[in-house]
Design a protein around this ligand. Structure first.
Ligand SMILES: [Zn+2]
Length: 51
């Protein structure tokens, strides 16, 4: 499966800065790890643990 990660520190603790769907303002992602804010995120492929 793929998960979103921070493009700066590669932390998976990245979330959308707004609870809105972004039809009025561009979607911004915020990294809770390094404080990155921006419209860009990375997607990486990971193996699902357990099951
Ligand atoms: Zn980060």
């Amino acid at each position: 499966m793929k998960i979103k990660v921070c493009p700066v520190c590669l932390s998976p603790r990245i979330r959308r800065s707004s609870s809105f769907d972004g039809w009025l303002i561009p979607v911004t992602y915020v990294c809770e790890e390094c404080g990155y804010r921006g419209p860009v995120y990375l997607e990486i492929e990971v193996d699902e643990e357990g099951g």
